[in-house]
Design a protein around this ligand. Structure first.
Ligand SMILES: [Cu+2]
Length: 482
């Protein structure tokens, strides 16, 4: 969230207010799972890098839970700075949503906070920091909730996508704000800092002319990761020939959207953002920032390897994992595809149909949210307002059916995310259809998307673009009701 919050929002000392009390009162219950927010060193392109993580004491990243059990977690902050984790896609009481300054304070260094709420649905979710730019340092992890719908014995393969830079996120952001990484220049291979230096040296250098196509990928990343590896040394997952596999694909990238490319295999998309859809078969599926895709594959008989690629939109860069059955040879795949992948569209979104849709009902209230901004100065806003804590929340009343109309007035796509609720996509450019249930929807440039939700979880909730630096710049607002 925007760091315009004052330091006073980061309370120090005891447990974060408003969270569940300690376990003493429920000795009969199971102990909470401890998740630690920690700093660690990873290796990318053969170079060491400092990153963050949220993992269990045995090193397992994130959490696998069951729909029949409560979500009971003790979150320990082992960083030297405040931190907090948002449970993306879950619908906890608002004080446990993990957004500092809105749901509650961040956790001070060395302190912990407890979370305890019922899990009422299963699916593929994720967790990530909502503090400053920590998410760019890979402070995210899978959050899988098993439900009765899962097929017994089916192998599930988590594929976590991320964009990675050796440049510190604050420097990336400053580069964007100072116009150093303007669109059209992001493919030069220079880091924003290098760009800033070059621009300072050549203040009269002409800016490139704006492309007619959408503005994409305005951060020049050093690597695109799938399960923290690049295609130079990919994650190789053993699968059983002749058996089904469920891919749980999570796009934890800060700024990057992809086409999932199954190669020769045809898959069945069975859920988006953790929620079941009427299955759709295909070999390629789009995934924007913060979304998830559940894709069921049938591995053919015989020994072979099957790459699952994520191709960066508007670019030749790609990442991915390799599924290997029966001792098949692992192929070496290039990190640059032969051709650029196209920008994401809503062509698939239009065809998605929820298995469990919202009840048919007329909207009680509509809010129009113009997604506004300018590349100059990297300004991003909603209805022309860059969010501050003083910005009034959108009015909503408990029990209402609410519709949000997102109108993208900019040349960049914006993945819009609502906290604490699941919405249904109900219109694209004014043409209505009963679409998928989601928590994050892509709004491409010059496009409008309408989503509907039931105001059934009172509190103060974030509603924002999930591109990290757009959110930081102020493309963020809230809804609030009691
Ligand atoms: Cu955005």
């Amino acid at each position: 969230m925007p760091t315009k919050l004052s330091r006073r929002d980061f309370l120090t000392g005891s447990l974060a207010a408003g969270l569940a009390p300690l376990a003493g009162a429920r000795a009969m219950d199971s102990a909470p799972t401890v998740l630690r927010i920690e700093r660690r060193t990873i290796e990318v392109n053969g170079k060491a890098a400092s990153a963050l993580c949220v993992r269990q004491s045995d090193g397992t990243p994130g959490l696998v839970a069951r729909v029949s059990q409560p979500f009971r977690v003790r979150l320990e902050n082992r960083l030297a700075e405040p931190s907090l984790i948002h449970w993306h896609g879950l619908t906890p009481p608002s004080q446990q949503d993990g957004v500092p300054g809105i749901s509650g304070p961040a956790i001070a260094p060395g302190e912990s906070a407890d979370f305890d709420f019922p899990l009422t649905f299963g699916g593929t979710y994720w967790m990530h920091s909502h503090v400053g730019l920590q998410e760019q340092l890979l402070l995210s992890a899978p959050l899988i909730i098993h439900d009765k719908g899962a097929r017994a014995g089916e192998q599930s393969v988590i594929i976590m996508l991320a964009d990675f830079s050796f440049t510190p996120p604050e420097e990336i952001y400053q580069g964007l704000r100072s116009g150093a990484a303007m669109t059209g220049m992001s493919h030069s291979g220079m880091s924003p800092a290098e760009h800033a230096a070059m621009m300072a040296a050549n203040p009269n250098m002409p800016m490139p002319t704006a492309p007619a196509k959408p503005d994409l990928n305005d951060v020049a990343y050093d690597a695109f990761l799938a399960n923290e590896r690049t295609l130079a040394d990919p994650d190789v997952v053993k699968v059983e020939a002749g058996e089904a596999v469920l891919l749980r694909i999570i796009n934890s990238s800060s700024m990057s959207a992809y086409h999932i490319d199954l190669g020769p295999l045809e898959g069945e998309l069975i859920a988006v953002d953790g929620r079941r859809i009427i299955p759709i078969r295909g070999r390629s599926f789009p995934i924007t920032v913060a979304q998830r895709l559940d894709v069921r594959l049938r591995i053919p008989r015989g020994a072979a390897a099957y790459p699952v690629l994520a191709r960066l939109e508007g670019d030749r860069k790609q990442t991915g994992v390799i599924l290997v059955a029966g001792g098949g040879a692992v192929p070496r795949l290039p990190e640059l595809a032969e051709s650029s992948a196209p920008p994401l569209t809503l062509e698939l979104e239009r065809r998605l149909r929820a298995v469990k849709a919202l009840a048919r009902r007329k909207a009680d209230r509509r809010h129009e949210l113009n997604l506004t901004g300018a590349m100059e100065g990297y300004q991003w806003s909603i209805n022309g307002v860059e969010w501050t804590k003083d910005a009034p929340p959108l009015p909503v009343a408990a029990g209402e059916r609410v519709e949000l109309l997102f109108v993208n007035k900019t040349t960049m796509p914006h993945p819009m995310h609502l906290h604490g609720h699941v919405f249904q996509v109900v219109a694209i450019n004014g043409s209505r259809f009963p679409g998928a249930m989601r928590d994050t929807v892509l709004v491409p440039p010059a496009t409008s998307v309408t989503v509907a939700f039931d105001a059934d979880n009172p509190g103060w909730w974030a509603l924002h673009c999930h591109l990290l630096y757009h959110m930081e710049a102020g493309m963020f607002t809230t809804i609030r009701y009691v």
